[in-house]
Design a protein around this ligand. Structure first.
Ligand code: SF4
Length: 452
């Protein structure tokens, strides 16, 4: 069994708002960076008292800073196609949505999209596509290779439908860095209800895909639940249990855990927003993920509005998408009507970066770890021992410097310069400082893509 849902239901039934003493004991446990039991996580999700919530968010922020420093990694999704055989009730791409003009990028359009993102300053993209036999594995693999071969994008993550081990091996060979599939909900009856037709109906094939991906050679995988389909606390604990299953069986936790909340989508069959997840619930979930799976990148999308995203910088989030368009052709082709769901934060990359800086964070376009083999078990070990923070800080500074040289942030230059100086001053290890200084000079002289 990948996720023991009986145990999760029992944990939720037993959980109460913790007393101050119980809260301190749980948070003390989290300081060891080994995560929390599902039962402790369930208690944290019950907190309603504002002072205790603040303590929870502050502790999640501290743990995030010990693991990854102040950096927030930024990326953008790139939608390949909105053709889909599935009938997911919450999605605008579902097969029954006859109003949606269908579109699949050809290779020229894909290059235009990736170059448009590159021009904005992005180095990391997440490919997203519907489930469609005509645009299946070969199409996805060709897309990954095209991006690496024809553009300056340095890392491609792939959100693609579940497949068998052989397909996953081929996908891995194409250079896909992180393989991402969300279970959407771990609650079987709800899963069956919202996935009435198409290959995605198969709960077990989907939940087992990360085992196959790791068997196939992927080192980094991304998981998540679509919050609002079912009780978000159940899905939060199930996602943690899923990550723990991967750790127990493959030595690596989920590389990323995403926190998408259900959003309105044109042509979706769920009109009322599902089981609405409040902002406070989402903040708790982000914090609980951080404390329960400290090594994971906790990823917040542009589904969320700017003020909430700003808050989550201080509550355990470590990655954010920015400037996202959620339909094929959205960057170079400007086709908002094709979007999979509506986004709340429509700001440009530079605006999001400036806002991260204003919040005390450090925007990062780093793509280092995958490219130098700090992945999987190795990544989990380094991060869980607190050894990643110094690399994250150094690489955030280097990528921020490169960004400002190539995309001068007109009108905001001072903000970026001060952020770089402050982050440089925070590097205390003299050897690391020397290496970063040397690379900063090389960047000034025109070299690019420097990291540690
Ligand atoms: S050093 Fe590794 S963990 Fe840190 S930001 Fe870069 S790629 Fe991510």
């Amino acid at each position: 069994m990948i996720v023991d849902t009986d145990r999760i239901e029992a944990a939720l039934k037993e959980a109460k708002e913790p007393s101050e003493k119980a809260l301190s004991a749980i948070l003390k446990e989290a300081e060891g960076l080994k995560g929390l039991s599902l039962e402790d996580a369930a208690w944290l999700l019950k907190i309603e008292n504002p002072a205790k919530l603040k303590t929870l968010y502050d502790r999640a922020d501290e743990i995030k800073q010990r693991i990854f420093g102040r950096r927030i990694v930024l990326f953008a999704p790139l939608y390949l196609s909105n053709y889909c055989k599935n009938a997911c009730l919450y999605c605008g791409f579902r097969s029954a949505n006859k109003d949606l003009p269908r579109k699949a990028l050809d290779s020229g359009e894909l290059i235009n999209e990736a170059r448009a993102l590159e021009k904005m300053g992005f180095k990391r993209v997440l490919l997203v596509t519907g489930e469609d036999p005509l645009r299946g594995l070969d199409y996805i693999i060709n897309s990954v290779k095209t991006i690496y071969g024809q553009t300056g994008i340095r890392i491609v993550h792939v959100n693609a439908p579940p497949m068998g081990v052989e397909g996953l091996k081929e996908l891995k060979r194409s250079g896909a860095a992180v393989y991402q599939v969300f279970q959407e909900t771990y609650h079987r009856p709800t899963y069956a209800l919202v996935h009435p037709a198409g290959p995605k109906k198969d709960y077990d094939y989907r939940i087992s895909v990360m085992d196959r991906a790791l068997e196939a050679g992927f080192k980094d995988v991304g998981i998540g639940s679509l919050l609002g389909l079912y009780d978000s606390r159940f899905d939060c604990l199930s996602t943690i249990a899923h990550s723990r299953h991967l750790f127990e069986n493959f030595g690596t936790h989920a590389h990323t855990i995403s926190v998408p909340r259900l959003r309105p989508a044109h042509g979706s069959a769920i009109k009322d927003g599902g089981l609405a997840v409040s902002d406070e619930e989402l903040k708790k979930i982000v914090s609980v993920y951080r404390l329960s799976v400290p090594s994971a990148g906790v990823v917040v999308s542009t589904r969320e509005p700017e003020p909430l995203r700003n808050f989550l910088v201080h509550a355990g989030a470590s990655q954010m998408s920015a400037s996202s368009r959620t339909g094929p052709g959205g960057y170079a082709g400007a086709t908002p009507a094709l979007e999979q769901f509506s986004t709340s934060d429509r700001r440009s990359l530079v605006e999001v970066m400036a806002s991260v800086i204003a919040e005390g964070g450090l925007p990062s376009l780093c793509t280092t770890c995958y490219r130098i083999g700090r992945v999987g078990e190795n990544f989990t070990k380094i991060t869980s021992s607190g050894g990643m923070e110094k690399f994250c800080q150094a690489n955030a500074v280097l990528t921020l410097k490169e960004y400002t040289l190539d995309n001068p942030p007109n009108g905001r230059a001072d903000i970026f310069t001060r952020a770089i100086e402050k982050a440089l001053a925070e590097i205390k290890d003299p050897a690391m400082k020397k290496e970063v200084d040397r690379r900063m000079e090389e960047l000034e002289r025109g070299k690019r893509d420097l990291y540690l």
